[in-house]
Design a protein around this ligand. Structure first.
Ligand code: HSE
Length: 312
């Protein structure tokens, strides 16, 4: 008996909510944008097989993979070290892309392990575990990828006792065009580009934009939401480290896209429209101009409202 779990790609920050907002992605053409983990009982110990389009970028020793570490931890935490599991990670997301690649692997693995062992962890406890493990890779614990990846939709981080995050309403008419240029950037390095301190006026703008965006989401006021979907904390310091980003941002505005921002810590960018023809034009432009020789891809997406689920 085996089971398979799918965990979607996600955009951390969503531009306006640094470390505090995140959304899960579903390409409208039905293509797979997220990792899959399959688990089956085995004869003792943990084994991991790595397959999929981006598996060649993973550490070659599977024991160094976070999915393996999740399984070792799980067996120990449940006192079931005498049991074994065989895992297969289908790595469909590039590492260091800004699409929540490590979150997708961690969330799929822990969700699959929890299902396999009869759900010993409740939702909140599992989410905390996901945050801890993802933090081991990215260098610091922030839930803006693991939360939407696990729970789906647009998630606002609360970080209060008993509630890590809460879903907020999203704009169902929006298309999110995402483009990954094929190069890899580390979140830790992209965080170092940001200042330790900000001017008071910037802090006030950040609070105003994020609170107005959340307000607009509840009011379903798309025009207001677009007006305030601005990144004053990260984009000014990260844009120059992403080849072609500023140029793409300007070109996408020319094409009629409503707003453009960095997905997570980049280099993937996202761009928003409520018109499918404009979304397709933006995707074509990005494929021709933003992707590099290193490979990459662009997708027209809606938000993935389901989050992580079994697909067996
Ligand atoms: N919010 C993080 C950052 C990355 O922008 O550094 C996504 O988890």
């Amino acid at each position: 008996m085996s089971l398979t779990v799918y965990a979607p790609a996600s955009m951390g920050n969503v531009g306006v909510g640094f470390d505090l907002l995140g959304a899960a992605l579903a390409p409208i053409d039905g293509s797979l944008l997220g990792d899959r983990v399959t688990i089956a009982a085995a004869d003792g110990g943990v084994s991991l097989t790595q397959v999929g389009g981006w598996a060649h970028k993973l550490p070659s020793n599977p024991e160094d993979n976070i999915v393996h570490q999740c399984a070792v931890f799980f067996l120990k935490a449940l006192g079931k070290e005498n049991r074994g599991v065989a895992l297969t990670l289908e790595k469909n997301l590039p590492v260091g892309s800004g699409l929540g690649s490590s979150a997708s692997s961690v969330v799929a693995a822990l969700y699959a392990l929890n299902e396999h062992f009869g759900c010993p962890y409740d939702k909140q406890a599992l989410l905390e575990l996901m945050g801890e493990f993802e933090g081991k890779i990215s260098g610091s614990v922030h839930y803006d990828n693991v939360a939407p990846c696990y729970l789906g939709g647009m998630q606002l981080m609360l970080n209060v006792p008993g509630a890590i995050c809460e879903a907020i309403p999203s704009f169902k008419q929006w298309y999110w065009v995402v483009a990954y240029p094929g190069i890899s950037l580390s979140t830790a390095m992209m965080r170092k580009l940001m200042p330790e301190q900000y001017d008071k006026s910037v802090v006030i703008d950040f609070g105003r934009y994020l609170s107005a965006f959340v307000h607009a989401s509840y009011q379903q006021n798309a025009q207001l939401a677009i007006q305030v979907l601005k990144d004053v904390l990260a984009e000014p310091y990260r844009a120059a480290a992403i080849p072609g980003y500023d140029n793409a941002r300007a070109a996408l505005a020319e094409l009629g896209m409503l707003t453009t921002g960095i997905s997570g810590s980049g280099p993937t960018l996202f761009s928003v429209t409520d018109d499918l023809a404009t979304a397709n034009a933006a995707k074509a432009w990005l494929e021709a101009n933003y992707l590099t020789d290193a490979g990459g891809f662009a997708h027209v997406c809606r938000l993935d409202e389901q989050g992580t689920r079994r697909v067996d």
